[in-house]
Design a binder for this molecule. Structure first.
Ligand code: 15L
Length: 277
């Protein structure tokens, strides 16, 4: 595997100062010393092996400077939740385009794109879905993630870039509530998926679900398994915690029906029977 053997390849990690970035940087650093971190603001502290380059995704020149000479990019940067249209447009639509285009111009071989479960959030919880279902975004944020996946497919097909989209559930030390029992992923497991995206020789364009080995999963993650993913986290081990946290919030008559939860019920004006596939 040429990629795995090339220890000197430069890997740029956008969104490195964000929540997920902060959790997984030390895990990635064990495998990829010399990681180049990027974000608008510098992380509070850097490991000895890490370097940092500031870049605003909405500024093509800054993005170009950040990815210059890179072999691979882990793209977690952008707006990480629902927001006003302009915030989503700038960070996740224009920003994502700037990233892929700068990567192409710089000759980047691999991009790992942080997609989200919210690209398919309007699928009902009672349905198990594969990665090839039609997107059913639950928010402007979800639409931006579907856009990023489509952009990844374009750069893979048209320019031969290896692109892995991870439809991330919710990353953290434990599932935050009952919904997250179905979509939780541990920091170790998402690191494993990113490593597959950085190294697997067969990836042209792939979508995988960013979920641990969750008994209550709504997702068929067989493609990830085929690529060698062996998650170690199990949401059920934390059920008591998730149920206790759930008891602190009231029911959500719309959100409780759909995989995207509160992202589906926010601003909802439809009849729930007419929503989702
Ligand atoms: C996401 O995509 C968000 O980035 C994160 O903040 C959570 O809301 C997560 O989805 C989730 O669905 O729990």
């Amino acid at each position: 595997m040429a990629d795995r053997d090339d220890k000197n390849r430069k890997i740029v990690f956008t969104g490195a100062s964000g929540g997920i970035g902060t959790m997984i940087r030390p895990l990635l650093a064990k495998h990829y010393p010399g990681l180049v971190l990027s974000d608008r603001a510098k992380p509070a502290s850097l490991l000895a092996s890490e370097t940092f380059v500031a870049a605003d995704l909405t500024k093509p020149d800054e993005v170009a400077a950040a990815v210059k000479g890179a072999h691979s990019v882990i793209h977690l940067g952008g707006h990480s939740t629902e927001g006003a249209w302009d915030a989503i447009l700038q960070a996740n639509i224009i920003g994502c385009y700037n990233l892929f285009e700068a990567a192409r111009l710089a000759g980047v071989k691999r991009v790992i794109f942080a997609s989200s479960n919210h690209a398919v959030g309007f699928y009902p919880r009672k349905r198990k879905i594969r990665t090839d279902v039609t997107v059913r975004p639950d928010s402007r944020y979800g639409v931006s993630k579907a856009f990023g996946e489509a952009l990844g497919a374009l750069y893979a097909d048209k320019h031969g870039m290896s692109v892995t989209c991870i439809r991330i559930g919710n990353v953290g030390p434990k599932p935050l509530d009952v919904r997250r029992l179905s979509i939780w992923i541990s920091p170790e497991d998402i690191t494993q998926l990113i490593r597959i995206g950085l190294e697997h020789p067969d990836i042209r364009f792939d979508i995988v679900y960013g979920a641990s080995d969750n008994e209550a999963s709504w997702w068929d993650n067989s493609r990830a398994r085929q690529l060698g993913y062996r998650p170690t986290g199990k949401a059920e081990d934390h059920r008591a915690h998730a149920v206790a946290e759930q008891a602190k919030v009231g029911p959500d008559p719309v959100g409780d029906l759909f995989q995207g939860g509160t992202f589906t019920s926010a601003e909802f004006t439809n009849d729930p029977k007419r929503a989702g596939p």
